[in-house]
Design a binder for this molecule. Structure first.
Ligand code: NAD
Ligand code: DAU
Length: 356
């Protein structure tokens, strides 16, 4: 087991990153946790108000593509672990502006790798560069089979291609320079603090607002859903005990067609709103499909179970109920994140879909 004194998390103001930061700050009071985030539309310090005054928490606003900023912050804190989550993460946005994804996800990762090399200068004991990646790098599955750690990469969206490029570079820095790296590839997360451009919070928010529930194509695409806290536990275990140079797949054993998931959410929302079950389903509308929409993702998470004892703990009904209840109570948070730039994006994205 590795032990760390200072862990730097990139993208710690985003959805998964904020859960990672909160978990580390609370669980390891003697470890300094540095949250490095550019605060894009997806990053929000309101996600961390409950731990922001902890003495082991530090925030630095910076862009991972900026050499000077990263060099300054690495030299200020000298982190021995870098858990890298900062990214442009929404597939639909990557279809509209691929270059932003290559810049942040691929070039930004190389900048961090370079700065980690300079900082550690060949002293790699109890050091780790941990790349938090996605199952989307493996491409799209048919009705059977699973992604394993040996499945060849076959990314099909600008988002997944930019993450795949970053993963290859992380491995290249291990093989070429001996940098102590680990990668995990996880399936779809859900839970509190997820930006409402992603399917689950978008559906919840739209039901609250009485808006249409846009389901792409015929709704038969399958995703493997994992409650975010289960992913956080996996990240903690992999960071401390994963083998260097290895990849770990993380998934929920929890496949649903999109339309099944939307039905489930509608019914949970109806229950929590005190409506007759079936009311929210009437808002469902099948809209134009996502270009290049991957049909199915499903993870074989056997390696992380056998090596590190990790298994998902949260059943989907429980996880979705907790998530819905959280969004029902967070009107102010929702209003803050759905104002301004997000509103313009939402209007443009779904107006185009409605017109086709
Ligand atoms: P998110 O979009 O909610 O958060 C991304 C964070 O990165 C934001 O806080 C944003 O401000 C920050 N960021 C973006 N560009 C930056 C830059 N140039 N410099 C510094 N910070 C920047 O993303 P998420 O859903 O929490 O995903 C986090 C990571 O996990 C990503 O790397 C993503 O690829 C990976 N991942 C996500 C999922 C999922 O289902 N959400 C599943 C598997 C892997
Ligand atoms: O698999 C891991 C990936 O999961 C992460 O790497 C990504 O960062 C994360 O965004 C997520 O990607 P998806 O594209 O699978 O998630 P999203 O929530 O955008 O969409 C889930 C499914 O729902 C997908 O099949 C597209 C569909 N969808 C999505 C939206 C936003 C709809 O049918 N309607 C919608 O309005």
């Amino acid at each position: 087991m590795r032990s760390f004194r200072r862990i730097l998390v990139t993208g710690g103001a985003g959805f998964i990153g904020s859960h990672v930061v909160r978990h580390l700050v609370r669980k390891y009071p003697s470890i300094q946790i540095i949250n490095l985030d550019k605060l894009t539309y997806a990053g929000n310090l309101e996600n961390l108000t409950d731990i922001e005054s902890a003495t082991n928490y530090h925030f630095e606003k910076a862009c991972i593509t900026n050499e000077e900023q990263i060099a300054r912050i690495f030299s200020k804190y000298a982190p021995d672990a870098i858990i890298h989550l900062a990214a442009e993460s929404h597939v639909d946005r990557s279809i509209h502006s691929p270059l932003d994804f290559v810049r942040t996800n691929t070039v930004g990762t190389v900048n961090l790798l370079n700065q980690a090399r300079l900082l550690w200068n060949g002293e790699f004991d109890d050091k780790i560069f941990y790349q938090v990646s996605t199952d989307e790098v493996y491409g799209s599955l048919g009705p059977s089979g699973y992604f394993t750690e040996w499945t060849p990469y076959d990314p099909r969206s600008p988002y997944s291609a930019s993450k795949a490029g970053a993963d290859h570079l992380v491995n290249a820095y291990h093989h070429t320079f001996g940098l102590p790296v680990i990668i995990s590839n996880c399936s779809n997360n859900y839970g509190p603090y997820q930006f409402p451009e992603k399917l689950i919070p978008l559906i919840i928010n739209n039901i609250k607002l009485g808006r249409q529930l846009p389901v792409y194509g015929d709704g038969t695409n399958v995703r493997d859903w994992l409650y975010v806290q289960d992913h956080v536990e996996a990240i903690d275990l992999v960071a401390h005990g994963g083998n260097l140079g290895h990849t770990y797949n993380v998934g929920g054993h929890n496949e649903h067609q999109n339309i099944e998931l939307v039905h489930l959410l509608c019914d949970i929302m109806d229950e929590q709103l005190g409506e007759k079950v079936g009311t929210s389903r009437q808002l469902i509308e099948f809209v134009q499909d996502r270009p290049g929409h991957d049909q199915r993702y499903a993870i074989d998470a056997e390696k992380i179970r056998v090596e590190l004892g990790w298994e998902p703990q949260t059943h989907v009904k429980e996880g979705l109920s907790l998530t819905v209840a959280w969004y029902m109570q967070q009107q102010e948070w929702l209003e803050h994140v759905t104002s301004g730039a997000y509103k313009a994006y939402y209007d443009a994205m779904y107006k185009a879909a409605a017109n086709d």
